[in-house]
Design a binder for this molecule. Structure first.
Ligand code: NAD
Length: 366
């Protein structure tokens, strides 16, 4: 297969971590008989420096022409970077929001998986960490409170702020279908999270999710209120397979789910639209504090590339090969600084590039 990938390395550690993901992807393609056609594009701060705007129409069109986008991260230090003297709509983050909108990305996937080797870094109770967990949070990205009408007004000297939470059944249906499709490739359970005891939008969410479930007789669907879900994630994350939820609940729960894995440097993410197309990026930001020092953890970006192989290209075995290579590298004791512990052998603490080399070495074909 030929994979046509647009690559936005971005700012801060972005170029370092994407370089390693591309190294591992290149090795995977080589051992599995695929080819990669790559186009490097600018977005965020790098685009402001080159073109004066965080996102150009050219970058949008190039991304639309690709099968998938692999991204590092964008943005700089808000206190010191000149990008943050610009108005909000001209800052690096506006580029990412614009790109997500132009690509009509409506489903955000955040897997949270605890590697047994990193159980020490898990903040949960020891017995819970020992049990492990492997969940996939699917968050709706385009609707809900973040996109509804809002206003602040003064009535009789009192300031009143209003935000509107709107969901159409179509918005719910398309993200629910995504979640059910993903659950079909996993342990076949969907937990739909809402606040149906209070909100009309949640009651519609529940109804539509039930309707979608009729097309997936092999999937077990359960409903959970968001406050309970927030508790259950720290109490017993192993109970979850796919969690499906709306925009704001997903924003909060995905950060909670990511924290229990121990390090932001390990967490991949994908944003998808109706087609197989996806934008794949690590969950963390551009980490300006460690940029250019070769200490960033490239594993989240490498694992995002694995998600891309599986989700956009349907290359399940190749995705497994990358994930296995990461696991074997960790099992041999190799760590970047952020995931090293007091017991880590000093010689096994690797820089960003050396970690990429190690994972690439472990990628094997069938
Ligand atoms: P951050 O995620 O960049 O950094 C938070 C902490 O995590 C820092 O100590 C950093 O060193 C560490 N960290 C992050 N990724 C790491 C990695 N791969 N390896 C090792 N350590 C890692 O969050 P922040 O400091 O709040 O934001 C910095 C910039 O990133 C801001 O400009 C922000 O807007 C931007 N940002 C971009 C994205 C994105 O591109 N999607 C997401 C979040 C933040």
């Amino acid at each position: 297969m030929n994979m046509n990938i647009a690559c936005i390395a971005g700012d801060g550690i972005g170029p370092e971590i994407t370089r390693e993901a591309l190294k591992v992807l290149g090795q995977t393609a080589a051992v599995c008989g695929h080819t990669i056609q790559r186009e490097d594009l600018l977005m965020g701060g790098a685009s402001i420096d080159a073109y004066g705007v965080p996102l150009t129409q050219e970058t949008v069109e190039r991304c639309q022409a690709a099968d998938a986008v692999l991204m590092g991260s964008i943005g700089g230090d808000a206190k010191t970077s000149p990008w943050y003297r610009l108005s909000p709509d001209k800052r690096p983050e506006a580029g990412l929001l614009g790109l997500r909108k132009a690509l009509r990305l409506f489903a955000n996937l955040r897997p949270a998986f605890l590697y047994p080797e990193l159980a020490e870094a898990c903040p949960l109770r020891e017995e819970t960490a020992k049990k492990g967990f492997d969940l996939m949070l699917v968050r709706e990205l385009t609707g809900g409170l973040y996109f509804g009408d809002r206003k602040t007004q003064e009535v009789d000297g009192v300031r009143i702020a209003t935000d509107t939470l709107v969901y159409s059944e179509e918005e719910i249906r398309r993200v629910a279908r995504r979640a059910f499709d993903i659950a079909m490739t996993r342990r076949k359970k969907v937990t739909s999270v809402d606040k149906a005891n209070v909100l009309d939008s949640s009651r519609l969410w529940r109804t539509v999710t039930e309707e979608v479930a009729k097309d997936y007789p092999d999937i077990t669907l359960e409903h959970m209120l968001v406050d309970n879900c927030a508790m259950q994630i720290v109490l017993d994350p192993a109970q979850f397979d796919v969690i499906l939820t709306e925009n704001m609940f997903g924003d909060i729960l995905s950060d909670e789910a990511s924290m229990i894995t121990g390090s932001i440097g390990m967490l991949p993410s994908a944003s998808l639209n109706e087609s197989k197309f996806g934008l794949y990026e690590p969950s963390g930001g551009s980490a300006p504090d460690i940029a250019g020092k070769d200490v960033a953890n490239p594993l989240a970006t490498i694992l995002s590339a694995a998600l891309m192989l599986r989700t956009t290209f349907g290359l399940e075995k190749e995705a497994d090969a990358v994930e296995r290579a990461v696991r074997e590298t960790l099992a041999e004791g190799y760590r970047t600084r952020d995931i090293a512990s007091a017991t880590t052998d000093k010689e096994k603490i690797l820089g960003c590039a050396a970690m990429g080399d190690k994972v690439a070495e472990h990628v094997k074909g069938e």
